[in-house]
Design a protein around this ligand. Structure first.
Ligand code: NAD
Length: 500
């Protein structure tokens, strides 16, 4: 389905949507073995959308067995890379042919603005699958520099059955970041979407099967973290888990691994990203635009959300005035209306958490200069205004904890040393931005900030060619995107030969 970004066309497309609600195991949609289901809800209305199969340990076990059988058969894992590439390219084509539908599913389930889903999330999802597919028949293995009496091959082999556990904030895109490289390198996958957003992942699995991926290669087990997620983490026949989500749950996966089969764990976790603006920033209006996007895009439900604006005291008032006036143009409302830049927060409990942070900011003495309230309550949805706090110091709760909502904290500094110290004074280290006209300052500060991606004079996470992941408690042992993502889904093997 192709989607025209116009309210009437969007409403008509929504009316035609069909939801896939069962687990996808061994090439088929199936009920959970217990028969249990759970509701998924539209956060813009508070109303249920569908009942989803609630997978538990026996379902995960069934999916892992299917994945293992598929892996052992070699139908995917030992296929020529050029052939795997063709199947994945076909998969990407099918995603593209159904891009409008996928965008609507993510908007309906996650409250994300349709404009963002249709023009960013889903195109990036498709591009990610294509990029990893294109890479696989261009990567060479190594021959070691041994003496003439030996030949040593150093090869990359798929690791086996990969469990992927993903969050709700970019439902389709997070699936692609995991399965793109995991499938391209020949693994079988058992994926658990977040319980709040299962629909696009289930449709993606169906499209992968339609593209010709053998049964069992890509399985989706919707369900809750404590049950389905934990079962993947503790399964004795899962070789690796690729997780994206909170740091708190990330820690659980390290424990599950330690207490089961020492499966490889890679974690992409939370953030509290600084945006550092020096007095010589090139274009304050452009900085203001970037700062607003960094803080409020995706309602701030973004791991690399630039939630701390660390700005030189001499330009703070000017920049803040520009940011506040731009923030007014970010309309909040029905995520299906393409004019709205901010949709609904994911669920009621999360809305309350974000409002709790706003209250904490005021209680600790920060000055609320914009927004701060729940709005559009009559819709039944979970909408909150974009919110800006001035006079924040880095010890306050709003400056330390990941809010995961549209709340920007403004902190002033006087010297470069102070700015770097504030930027680094966090347990997280996922992303950062800095703004300066001076090349030396840019290089020095980009090196000094402890974060996986530092953007200069922009707000960016890079693109598919650059690795994405965090320092400190923002990540563990891995990266999404780029060829570095390929490597982590493989085992390194040496074949040492004695020559006659
Ligand atoms: P979450 O940690 O609550 O859940 C993530 C996934 O883990 C879900 O599928 C959930 O069901 C599962 N889970 C929850 N409890 C579990 C348990 N005890 N055992 C096993 N699995 C469990 O995170 P969320 O609320 O879905 O997403 C928001 C978080 O994700 C934020 O912290 C955000 O920063 C992070 N995130 C990070 C990146 C990145 O690339 N670094 C990208 C997107 C989101």
């Amino acid at each position: 389905m192709n989607l025209t970004l116009e309210p009437k066309a969007i409403r008509a497309a929504v009316a035609k949507l069909k939801f896939r609600t069962q687990a996808f195991i061994d090439g088929k949609f199936v009920k959970a073995l217990s028969g249990k289901t759970f509701p998924t809800e539209n956060p813009a209305t508070g109303k249920p959308l569908a009942q989803i199969a609630a997978c538990e340990e026996p379902d995960v076990d069934r999916a892992v067995m299917a994945a293992r059988r598929a892996f052992a058969s070699g139908a995917w894992s030992r296929q020529r890379p050029a052939d795997r590439k063709q199947f994945l390219l076909k998969f990407a084509d099918l995603l593209e042919a159904n891009a409008g539908e996928l965008a609507l599913l993510d908007t309906l389930e996650a409250g994300k603005p349709i404009g963002d889903c249709a023009t960013m999330d889903i195109p990036d999802t498709i591009h990610c699958i294509r990029w990893h597919a294109e890479a696989i028949d261009k990567l060479y293995s190594h021959v070691a520099p041994t003496g003439p009496e030996n030949l040593a091959l150093i090869l990359r082999e798929p690791i086996g059955v990969v469990g992927c556990v993903v969050p709700w904030n970019f439902p389709a895109q997070m699936v692609a970041w995991k399965i793109g490289p995991a499938l391209a390198t020949g693994n079988s996958v058992v994926l658990k979407p977040a319980e709040l957003t299962s629909l696009s992942a289930l449709r993606m699995a169906e499209l992968a099967a339609e593209a010709g991926l053998p049964a069992g290669v890509f399985n989706v087990v919707p369900g809750f973290g404590e049950t389905a997620g934990q079962a993947i983490g503790r399964h004795m026949d899962v070789n690796m888990v690729a997780f994206t989500g909170s740091t708190e749950v990330g820690r659980c996966f390290l424990k599950y691994s330690a207490e089961s089969n020492l499966k490889r764990i890679i974690l992409e976790c939370g953030g509290k990203s600084p945006q550092v603006v020096f007095a010589d920033a090139p274009d304050l209006e452009a900085v203001a635009n970037n700062a607003v996007s960094a803080a409020f895009w995706n309602m701030g439900e973004n791991c690399s959300c630039g939630s701390r604006l660390i700005v030189h005291k001499t330009i703070k008032d000017d920049l803040l005035a520009r940011i506040a006036s731009l923030a007014k143009t970010w309309k909040v409302g029905d995520p299906l209306d393409p004019r709205n830049r901010l949709g609904a927060l994911i669920e009621k409990a999360h809305l309350e958490k974000v409002l709790g942070y706003i209250a904490a900011g005021e209680a600790e003495g920060a000055k609320r200069v914009f927004g701060g309230k729940r709005i559009l309550e009559k819709t039944g949805g979970y909408f909150v205004e974009a919110t800006i706090f001035d006079e924040v110091n880095n010890r306050m709760k709003i400056a330390r904890e990941e809010i995961f909502g549209p709340v920007l904290s403004v902190i002033s500094f006087s010297t470069e040393e102070e700015a770097v110290a504030i930027a680094n004074d966090t347990n997280y280290g996922l992303a950062a931005s800095l703004y300066t006209r001076d090349l030396s300052t840019a290089h020095r500060v980009a090196r000094a900030i402890r974060a996986g991606t530092v953007s200069v004079n922009c707000f960016s996470e890079g693109d598919i060619t650059t690795p994405f992941g965090g320092f400190k408690e923002s990540g563990f042992a891995g990266r999404d995107k780029s060829l570095w993502a390929h490597e982590q889904y493989t085992e390194l093997k040496t074949i040492w030969m004695q020559l006659a």
